[in-house]
Design a protein around this ligand. Structure first.
Ligand code: HGY
Ligand code: MN
Ligand code: MN
Length: 416
């Protein structure tokens, strides 16, 4: 099958307009987005995406986890589809491009193939994975994880948000729970376009990241228990301050990550202190430690040090502590043939590129377990993401979607 010609390009203006249109749904307070999973804003974004897919002649499928699958037929109905997509849900202080670029980039390649009346042997399916962010309902990549058989659906349905609402009930409530059994679809391959969410591509002046690997992730929920008491009248020696215990463990987390420099990272983004009253010494602190590294043995060492040295900190302070693994995945190596298709596409189109390890987790990390998978990345300004000021350029978005187009079409096979 001939490789697509260099002149095969997407319509960057149309992609950009769609990104800006989607960004109006679930706006943040500082120019970004707060379109958290299974909220009314998520439902509105899904409806807009579905309307665009249907206008592009695609038929929408919906599975029991709310994963959306918009299908463009190929010439061979027996051929397994090439999937292309990402996620429409955002962080509470999210940007306009994290996930959205991959979903609307997939839509744009179908719109462009329609414009050029190009047919492919394999069908193409544009996908929106439910709850990639894992903020409202932990863990991240929940629904692609159920699709890949990593998580049990009933366990996923029972995940609760901070208000005690369950994933299953919220999916029903917004009306986006499908009948199709999750995980029954078979894929020829899957590609995901995503912003880098890190500084490397912009710093090196590269247009494209050819993602060969994804670093591994570990989420450990830590519960430190002390004793509520008056911040004024309780003598210092009598205090059992869970908030202080948490602070010392957070300092330990930072030291552990630095001890594995330059690649390992560690922090806690989710922190709850009880009763969180100005004049009560915290009796309990619950927080999630996020460790990441491209190297599994480093992740395992960081997890072990957290438990061993965190327990010692609490013992010395007369505090109780519990550790619970609440999410994670081993470092990922993407499919070599799919990665080569991405690299060849960048080369053919004349875009500067470099191989890259993804710092963030993505749905592609789970789908890689059930189908040949690879990712295309574009730069983002200052490497900033999970911040409303997240920004990319139209040129970067266009280059990323051009490469995605070529990788998908080369894998799906152009029919002359
Ligand atoms: O946590 C992650 O890496 C992804 O952004 N959800
Ligand atoms: Mn993302
Ligand atoms: Mn994200």
């Amino acid at each position: 099958m001939a490789a697509p010609g260099e002149n095969l390009r997407i319509n960057g203006d149309r992609l950009w307009d769609s990104l800006m249109e989607m960004a109006k749904i679930g706006p943040g307070v500082a120019g970004g987005n707060n379109r958290q999973t299974l909220t009314d804003a998520d439902a509105e974004g899904r409806a807009l995406f579905q309307s665009w897919c249907e206008a592009a002649g695609m038929e929408m499928g919906l599975d029991t986890m709310g994963n959306m699958f918009a299908r463009r037929d190929g010439t061979d109905p027996e051929a397994l589809p090439v999937y292309v997509g990402s996620h429409l849900d955002t962080q509470p202080t999210g940007g306009k491009y994290d996930g959205v670029l991959g979903v609307l980039g997939g839509l744009e390649i179908v719109r462009s193939l329609n414009d050029m009346n190009i047919k492919t042997k394999h069908p193409i399916v544009v996908t929106n994975w439910t709850n990639e962010e894992g903020t409202r309902f932990a863990p991240a990549m929940l629904s692609s994880g159920v699709f890949a058989g990593v998580h049990d659906q009933d366990w996923a349905y029972a995940r609760e948000d901070a208000e005690g609402k369950s994933f299953g009930a919220e999916l029903e409530r917004i009306g986006w729970k499908g009948d199709e059994e999750v995980g029954t679809r078979k894929m020829h391959a899957m590609f995901e376009l995503h912003i880098e969410q890190g500084p490397i591509l912009e710093a090196e002046g590269k247009d494209i990241g050819v993602v060969t690997h994804g670093q591994g992730l570990s989420w450990t929920q830590v519960t430190v228990t002390g004793k509520e008491s008056h911040t004024g009248s309780t003598p210092m020696p009598m205090r059992r301050n869970a908030g202080l215990g948490m602070a010392r463990i957070l300092e330990l987390v930072d030291q552990i990550a630095w001890s594995h420099k330059p690649d390992a990272v560690g922090a806690a983004g989710h922190i709850d202190v009880y009763p969180n009253s100005r004049n009560v010494i915290p009796g309990k602190a619950v927080f999630t430690v996020d460790f990441r590294s491209p190297n599994l043995s480093v992740i395992e060492d960081m997890e072990k040090r957290l438990r061993d040295e965190g327990a010692k900190i609490c013992e010395d302070m007369g505090l109780e502590v519990a550790f619970e693994k609440v999410g994670g995945f081993d470092p990922v190596e993407f499919d070599k043939d799919c990665v080569t298709a991405v690299r060849n596409a960048a080369e053919r189109l004349g875009y500067s590129h470099r191989d890259l390890i993804s710092g963030a987790g993505h749905d592609a990390c789970w789908i890689n377990q059930v189908a040949p998978t690879a990712m295309v990345m574009c730069p983002c300004v200052d490497g900033l993401s999970h911040n409303e000021a997240e920004e990319i350029s139209k040129d970067w978005a266009t280059a990323g979607a051009d490469v995605l187009l070529h990788a998908v079409v080369e894998t799906a096979g152009i029919v002359e």
